[in-house]
Write a protein that binds this ligand. Structure first.
Ligand SMILES: [Zn+2]
Ligand SMILES: [Zn+2]
Length: 258
């Protein structure tokens, strides 16, 4: 059996229907759609610093589009949202998304103390090491916040910051231990796997050590990226001794063996 779920997919550059169609062609049985909260009309005014990736959607239209795409019989579609975790703004961001029928919420750290780290360049070592340390503090806070089903891409800092801390494995172990304690999954992310697979391997090992739930998400921004790294992720997880993937229906976790 192979991994038949993918729980991190964006729709604004194509459509929910096109993403579901791609998933069906790739033998995905359960697909999680998870547009960015900052793409939502009601949340956008609180997140004006986030670069838009496509047209802004009202929550009601997003929910309707995802539910309509889910009428397809071959792929079960789950309604999710990728929500920025920003300490000073969490409350107001969360207030915009209440009362909607979410299956799962992804918590994402895209910024550290106001710095969008994925657009950094020419970083100095001292600042790089400080950012890694703050990054894990924020990821642990996201895990413990109670807002999220899963915390996404927990090695994404590597995208622009090569100054890996000497204690990276300890940071990952602590994060995995907290996630297990709070019953929040950590994400094995497709983009990260294609870009720095060794860090994802270290993340998987930490999760295996603490029996932390794992979600697999491509982070696809267009249909061709659905399942983009599944063929690397599957052996990587097996090698770590992980044999099931977490998914959610109406916020209730389910495990899928693979
Ligand atoms: Zn993200
Ligand atoms: Zn994403």
């Amino acid at each position: 059996m192979s991994i038949a779920s993918d729980f991190h997919n964006h729709i604004v550059r194509s459509s929910a229907q096109q993403m579901v169609e791609a998933a069906r062609n790739k033998d995905i049985r359960v697909l999680g759609l998870s547009e960015h909260v900052f793409q939502m009309r009601e949340a956008h005014p609180h997140l004006l610093h986030m670069p838009l990736e496509g047209p802004i959607l009202a929550y009601a239209d997003y929910v309707e589009e995802v539910q309509a795409a889910g009428k397809n019989r071959d792929v079960e579609v789950r309604l999710g949202l990728e929500v920025d975790f920003i300490p000073e703004q969490n409350e107001v961001i969360q207030s915009t998304l209440q009362g909607l029928p979410w299956d799962f919420l992804i918590g994402s750290v895209h910024e550290v103390d106001g710095v969008l780290f994925e657009s950094l360049h020419d970083l100095e070592r001292a600042e790089g090491e400080r950012l890694w340390s703050r990054y894990y503090t924020l990821l642990r806070a996201a895990v413990r916040s109670g807002y999220f089903s899963v915390v996404s891409h927990p090695v994404r800092m590597r995208s622009t910051n090569p100054y890996l801390p000497a204690n990276l494995d300890e940071e990952l172990e602590q994060l995995a231990a907290d996630a297990a304690e709070y019953d929040v999954a950590l994400e094995v992310n497709g983009y990260d796997t294609l870009t720095y697979i060794n860090l994802v391997r270290r993340l998987a090992r930490a999760c295996a050590n603490h029996h932390t739930a794992i979600s697999v998400g491509s982070d696809a921004h267009n249909p061709t990226q659905v399942t983009q790294a599944h063929h690397y992720i599957e052996p990587l997880l097996r090698e770590a001794g992980i044999t099931s993937i977490r998914t959610w229906r109406q916020r209730v976790p389910e495990e899928m063996a693979f």
